[in-house]
Design a protein around this ligand. Structure first.
Ligand SMILES: C[S@@+](CC[C@H](N)C(=O)[O-])C[C@H]1O[C@@H](n2cnc3c(N)ncnc32)[C@H](O)[C@@H]1O
Length: 337
């Protein structure tokens, strides 16, 4: 993550181009300080005091790094979960790099909300201040690869069932259905991390969620529900699925805005890709589409009941061709693991 230049530049610029949020007598809380980099920058930007909270032993490296940069009088590294720590004062700024894949997978935003509700002054500022999730139709050779992988796995299974029957006298075929369901889930229904080329995006992108980090509650982020429409922009192409990504913004707050608004985007890009990449949901089989077709999508993402850091998605999609003809509705369940 420290070598993700897009991420690093965004936080660096957000802090140093908005020193008025840090300078003077300001206190800052860095939630999940890791190496301590955001706490160090906050101190260098002029904060009076920075509380750098880290749940893991990484705190020891952060403490060393703070000392090596001669900021130990300003940055106090505290080892512990932010939910459990007690600070001696409320803070003017909460800074955190909390974003997970597709924003919310394995994200630590719940912890940031808890810290905000306990420790941010009523006039305080969140870094970042806003987040958005995006989706767009894509084309991708992965759709063929995953189908081949699934079929290969089923062929291997059927050979195994034959051999076990002929060589060992046991009929395993009763397990074909559950095996197939498990393989379908793994190869065809699990969303994928991918670094999409911008040319793979074949239709207009839509915002499916907007989060104000100053006011969002855990309930607000538990569910992402969106019905959106996208226009296909490319003549005679395949709609192979959807790509999802996010951006965050550093805008300060309305009564204390940023002097320089900064955006960190994880959208498909030729030269500014990030370690977050994009989350890809593949359609089996893909659809033929053309410029002027409209894709209507219903998207519902919830936390998995087994593990709240993972997500489950219900995705429905229908295509209205430019001629007015409606192609059959596609519905699928996806797992973001
Ligand atoms: C994505 S890393 C960011 C590290 C650093 N802020 C940076 O930008 O390079 C998130 C860090 O938050 C820590 N963390 C996660 N949940 C936490 C919690 N509830 N309280 C404190 N730290 C937490 C993790 O151990 C990890 O080091």
């Amino acid at each position: 993550m420290l070598s993700d230049r897009v991420r690093m530049d965004a936080y660096y610029n957000a802090i140093f181009e908005n020193k008025h949020h840090f300078r003077g007598k300001k206190a800052v809380l860095d939630v999940g300080t890791g190496s301590g980099i955001l706490a160090i920058w906050s101190a260098q930007a002029g904060a009076r005091k920075v509380y750098a909270v880290e749940a893991t032993k990484m705190s020891e490296h952060a403490r060393e790094l703070v000392k090596a940069n001669n900021l130990q009088d300003i940055v106090e590294v505290i080892e512990g979960s932010v939910e459990d720590v007690t600070l001696p004062e409320k803070v003017d700024v909460i800074i955190s790099e909390w974003m997970g894949y597709f924003l919310l997978r394995e994200s630590m935003f719940d912890s940031v909300i808890s810290a905000r509700d306990r420790w941010l002054k009523p006039t305080g500022v969140m870094y970042p201040s806003h987040a958005r999730m995006w989706m767009a139709p894509i084309r991708s050779g992965l759709v063929d690869q995953k189908k081949n992988d699934y079929e290969g796995s089923m062929n291997d299974w059927l050979c195994f069932v034959n051999e076990t029957k002929n060589d060992y006298g046991v009929d395993m075929s009763v397990l074909t259905k559950p095996f197939s369901e498990e393989q379908r889930k793994y190869y065809l229904q699990t969303s994928l991390w991918n670094n999409l080329h911008p040319h793979q995006v074949v239709g207009t992108a839509a915002i499916i969620k907007e989060i104000d980090c100053l006011t969002a509650t855990v309930d607000d982020i538990c569910e992402v529900r969106s019905n959106f429409s996208s226009s296909i922009l490319i003549e005679n192409t395949r709609l192979c699925g959807f790509g999802g990504w996010f951006d965050v913004h550093f805008r300060g707050r309305s009564d204390n805005p940023a002097q320089q608004e900064i955006e960190l985007t994880t959208a498909p890009s030729l030269d500014s890709s990030t370690h977050w990449g994009q989350q890809v949901f593949l359609l089996h089989p893909p659809f033929r589409t053309s410029e002027g077709d409209d894709v209507n999508v219903s998207f519902l993402m919830n936390r998995s009941k087994e593990n709240h850091r993972l997500m489950e998605v219900d995705l429905g999609c229908e295509i209205r061709q430019s001629s007015g003809k409606l192609l059959p509705l596609f519905k699928n369940k996806f797992y973001i693991e």
